[in-house]
Design a binder for this molecule. Structure first.
Ligand SMILES: [Zn+2]
Length: 413
């Protein structure tokens, strides 16, 4: 299995599928169609049923089971990669039978992947590791999940109908820009419980995420010739944007200074000039009170800026993005308990782990489809040090197969 899994993974990461939040289309980038069409045709070749590429760019397929009364399970992976770092011309490098020590990169000699930045490498000795070449991200987030699910499909479709119910596979676009399940019809998916394959180290299961909001601050200034700015009343929106950023209480709520269960206010983009500037933020916290505090801080700073600069116009619009899936999962922990059982059956220790981000599962769970997140083996994601071990992806395939069996042994919800 390891060889087909690896060749699949290498094939997928070489297709540039970065999403782009500035685009209004779905998927946000043309290249995601390329991978989706490939997945569709591979699923058809493997013999999956009801393979469909929807108008909005989702691939949905069924692995038929032999237990019609079993709850219907769905597995998700996202095909896009993060826009944070270059994802074009990914050149994957396979380090067979890794024996420890630093890994160097041909396309960036200054880069080093070692145990100081990736302590999980200590557990990767003897495994086959894949990295990028130093100039790009690898895209294991989430091509690892995609390769895991495609290999799961092959495994289950090749054997005689296994001891599982019908399994739905769903490959989503645009997860990295927060639109992963926006155009997904849950009635069409018709699943009782789901898992995203978008997590890290073997054994990891995430059923608690941040709650997230997005904020857009718009500053309108007054433009004049800079030579007459003093007499003609220039108000620089750009300068006010800088002032706002400097006023953020960074020691308490910047992503760089918070860990664990602390939330943050994170400016993600600044654009503009003298006349007009915008700043985009994301606000994150595990609980809604904490999130509300962050909204209050940001709005307060904007009001202060407005009060101190009557010539400008400062507005702050905040919109909901997603909510902590734990609110719903705590009411029925079976999806989590059964995942733990499957992980234990692989000889792994389940590692419940709140995720300092959101997942497609946050939205799905809120919309009535309980969806914890499972490990795929990816590490150091969204940057040039990203890596994954083939054997860890293989463990994820086996965990999913086991999980399907476990659900088939239990009554429908
Ligand atoms: Zn991901």
């Amino acid at each position: 299995m390891a060889d087909t899994l690896l060749s699949r993974f290498l094939r997928y990461v070489q297709i540039d599928t970065q999403s782009d939040e500035r685009s209004n289309t779905c998927p946000s980038t043309e290249n995601q169609w390329v991978l989706q069409r490939l997945l569709k045709s591979e699923l058809e070749t493997l013999g999956a049923a009801n393979v469909r590429l929807t108008d909005a760019g989702y691939v949905i397929a069924t692995i038929p089971g032999s237990r019609p009364k079993a709850p219907r399970l769905a597995f998700f992976a996202h095909v896009d990669t993060a826009p944070d770092f270059c994802g074009t011309n990914v050149k994957p490098v396979v380090h067979r039978n890794y024996q420890g020590g630093p890994i160097k990169f041909a396309d960036n000699p200054r880069l080093v992947l070692d145990e100081t930045v990736a302590p999980e490498l200590l557990k990767a000795r003897g495994k086959d590791i894949v990295t990028a070449s130093g100039a790009t991200l690898l895209g294991a987030d989430d091509k690892a999940g995609v390769a895991v699910l495609m290999t799961l499909a092959e495994l289950l479709l090749k054997g005689r109908r296994g001891k599982h119910g019908d399994i739905r596979l769903c490959f989503t676009p645009d997860e990295e820009i927060g639109r992963g399940v926006e155009k997904l019809d849950l009635r069409e998916l018709d699943a009782d419980v789901a898992y995203t394959l978008d997590g890290g180290a073997p054994g990891e299961i995430c059923w608690e995420t941040f709650s997230g909001d997005a904020a857009l601050v718009e500053i309108e200034g007054v433009s004049t010739h800079p030579g007459e700015a003093g007499t003609k009343g220039m108000v620089s929106a750009l300068h006010l944007a800088a002032k706002l950023l400097c006023a953020l209480p960074r020691e308490k709520c910047a992503p760089e200074s918070t860990t664990g269960r602390q939330g943050f206010i994170h400016p993600t983009r600044v654009e503009g000039g003298v006349e007009r500037a915008i700043i985009k933020f994301i606000l994150r916290d595990f609980d809604l009170d904490g999130l509300e505090q962050k909204r209050v801080i940001l709005k307060g700073l904007c009001r202060g800026l407005q009060a101190g600069t009557p010539g400008a116009r400062v507005t702050c619009k905040i919109r909901k993005q997603y909510r902590n899936m734990a609110y719903w999962l705590k009411k029925d922990m079976r999806p989590v308990e059964r995942a733990r059982e499957a992980i234990r059956a692989m000889g792994l220790e389940p590692n419940d782990h709140p995720i300092r981000g959101g997942t497609d599962g946050s939205r799905l769970t809120e919309n009535g489809l309980p969806t914890p997140n499972l490990f795929t083996g990816m590490h150091n994601i969204h940057g040039p040090l990203e890596w994954v071990a083939v054997q860890d992806m293989e463990l994820a395939v086996k965990t999913c197969a086991k999980l399907a069996e476990i659900w088939a042994q239990k009554p429908r919800r």
